[in-house]
Ligand binder design. Structure first.
Ligand SMILES: C[S@@+](CC[C@H](N)C(=O)[O-])C[C@H]1O[C@@H](n2cnc3c(N)ncnc32)[C@H](O)[C@@H]1O
Length: 207
């Protein structure tokens, strides 16, 4: 996955081409759909992000005002679980690509309590086509480390789908790529202009 940073980063920055595609011949998630082991490795890495970023996403926001998190691009749901542990009335719906969701559904059995897992559900799908519908203003959409790695056009598709799915409900949306300290120390200094895909973010599109 990190090959583009070393082999194609300069060409990507100079030309605007996507380094991951130059190295691997296709877009990241399309590549992962065809390489299940790589996809599983990536999803496991997502379970460990808190070790670098801390848990302020769970502690520094009042999730207790809501009844349900709709965790769009939530991978196996580790962030949702961390939040559910702090708020016993909350439930979460984790939405991700089919291959990730198939593995996620059995991933936590025996590792987390049945009571906790009974509040976590999954739905497979493509957020570029639709996202799960909100019911009311007690729903909140969580997009953690999702939009930052998408092309601008794909971000617009996802935001449109969120607008459609939440229309008239009053549901909220929260977006982030990590807590402020993490962004300062890590993303913004190292990967500001090229993330794992290597999409250049320059000029008015810079983070
Ligand atoms: C960088 S990971 C972030 C995972 C998690 N939200 C977190 O913060 O740890 C991005 C996630 O978005 C999912 N994803 C990317 N494109 C998607 C799409 N078109 N539809 C559904 N999920 C998608 C990936 O499978 C991956 O799990």
């Amino acid at each position: 996955m990190s090959r583009p940073w070393y082999e194609q980063l300069e060409q990507g920055v100079r030309s605007g081409e996507v380094p991951f595609q130059l190295s691997h011949g296709r877009e990241l998630y399309s590549y992962m759909d065809e390489h299940a082991e790589f996809d599983a490795l990536f999803a496991s890495a997502m379970d460990c992000v808190e070790a670098l970023t801390g848990d302020s996403f769970a502690t520094d926001f009042d999730w207790g005002r809501f009844d349900r998190i709709i965790d769009v691009g939530g991978s196996k749901g580790s962030k949702s679980l961390a939040i559910l542990k702090r708020y016993s009335h909350l439930t979460a719906l984790v939405f991700d690509r089919n291959q990730v969701i198939q593995a996620a559904a059995t991933n936590w059995a025996g590792k987390e309590s049945p009571d906790l897992l009974s509040r976590l559900t999954y739905q497979a799908g493509n957020m570029l086509e639709l996202v799960p519908a909100a019911k009311d203003d007690k729903d909140i959409y969580l997009l953690s480390a999702v939009l930052h790695s998408m092309r601008d056009g794909d971000c617009i598709k996802v935001l449109r789908n969120l607008a459609i799915a939440s229309a008239g409900t009053g549901a909220r949306t929260g977006d982030g790529i990590g807590n402020a300290g993490f962004e300062d120390r890590f993303f913004h200094r190292c990967f500001r202009h090229a993330d794992v895909h290597g999409y250049p973010r320059q000029g008015k599109n810079a983070y």
